[in-house]
Design a protein around this ligand. Structure first.
Ligand code: ADP
Ligand code: TRP
Length: 335
């Protein structure tokens, strides 16, 4: 079992990113390794280029994302942690796979349509080709499992199609078909101001999201001011139907405490938000405070982060080289 996943270097990581993605990676690191498998995680900085980003921001975001992953529990001694750019085989294999993928397949990708919007002619070729690079990211390592969010499942299916077509066209079982792992446990965290929208860095309201760099005071304040209703908590999760804000806060509590939402509702049954919110704020500060402090310590030590990425890339390059070479041989580029 080899688990491979990537995350784009977006800045300003928030509680949704942490509970929905990063925390799942950490859990997987432990589970997969206990079962004798390997975990590889990378910062998809090349994917970061597909929509305009200022160079200094891209670089800072890559560093920040690395610090966040390490602070949250990705252990660079146990997982291979790197950024795409330092492993040129990603780009090289992507070019080879560009000749296997079909235009008709890419035309069906919903994320491209969403991101390109109305101005499709003006979208970058990189944005269009993004899923082929993503296929290269995982096929390069013969990944067996790829943890992704729901929105990336279609890209993973494309990676499987590309792998299967390559194997068939060249009559050689070179690539492993990767399985997407869409975690059922990964919660979807909603905005603290409007529980019908997901918590997102693109939400203009500062109060709608908890950032991983927020101080303890800011975290507590944002939870205190989170939108709720005047009713106390009921005695079952089902009874929260129709109370989206309340459900969201209970979901956050449960995810932070590694408990089920039902269990959390049972504990607070009959209590109002005047009691629940301070308990949630304390829990969040206890869980997120240490991550923020460790992140800040790492960010003050750029050399250490650089060393982590350099070492990770070295290991990744060693694993990538035989697959790239085999693909080049198979296609007749090298004898
Ligand atoms: P954003 O919406 O803030 O731009 P991204 O699209 O960059 O976030 O998502 C990065 C990762 O975090 C993805 O794996 C995504 O599934 C996860 N994620 C983002 N927002 C949430 C959320 N509100 N709840 C759960 N997971 C989330
Ligand atoms: N496209 C993914 C996202 O936006 C990030 C990503 C890039 C990725 N390459 C990958 C995820 C390979 C899994 C495997 O979330």
């Amino acid at each position: 079992m080899r688990v491979v996943s990537g995350i784009q270097p977006t800045g300003n990581l928030h509680l949704g990113n942490y509970l929905g993605a990063v925390k799942q990676w950490v859990a997987m690191q432990d589970e997969v390794q206990a079962a004798g498998g390997e975990t590889m995680y990378f910062i998809a900085d090349l994917h970061g280029l597909t929509q305009w980003i200022a160079p200094a921001t891209l670089n800072a975001n890559t560093i920040e994302m690395t610090a966040t992953l390490v602070a949250a529990g990705i252990d660079p001694e146990r997982s291979i942690l790197f950024n795409q750019t330092r492993v040129p085989a990603h780009s090289e294999l992507a070019w080879l796979l560009n000749n296997v993928a079909r235009v008709g397949w890419l035309n069906r990708m919903t994320q491209f349509k969403d991101k390109a919007g109305k101005n499709r002619e003006g979208a970058s070729v990189g944005l269009y080709d993004y899923p082929v690079l993503m296929a290269a990211d995982v096929l390069l390592y013969n990944a067996t499992h790829v943890p992704v969010g729901e929105d990336q499942k279609q890209h993973l299916e494309l990676a499987r199609d590309i792998a299967a077509k390559f194997n068939m066209d060249y009559e050689r079982e070179l690539f492993t078909l990767p399985e997407p792992l869409v975690s059922k446990e990964a919660p979807r965290i909603m905005s603290l101001r409007d529980a019908s929208a997901k918590m997102s860095k693109s939400n203009p309201s500062e109060m709608s999201l908890i950032k991983l760099i927020d101080s303890d005071e800011v975290i507590a304040d944002k939870f205190r001011k989170a939108k709720t209703d005047p009713e106390p908590l009921p005695d079952s999760w089902e009874a929260l139907e129709g109370r989206a804000e309340a459900r969201n806060l209970v979901t956050i509590f449960a995810a932070l405490a590694d408990r089920t939402p039902a269990d959390v509702v049972a504990e607070f049954a009959g209590k109002g938000f005047g009691q629940f919110k301070p308990a949630l704020a304390d829990l969040a500060v206890a869980k997120l405070g240490p991550i923020r402090n460790e992140m800040q310590r790492l960010l003050d030590d750029r050399a250490a982060i650089d060393a982590i990425l350099a070492r990770g890339a070295e290991k990744a390059r060693a694993l990538a080289a035989p697959t790239l070479r085999a693909a080049q041989e198979t296609m007749g580029l090298v004898a």
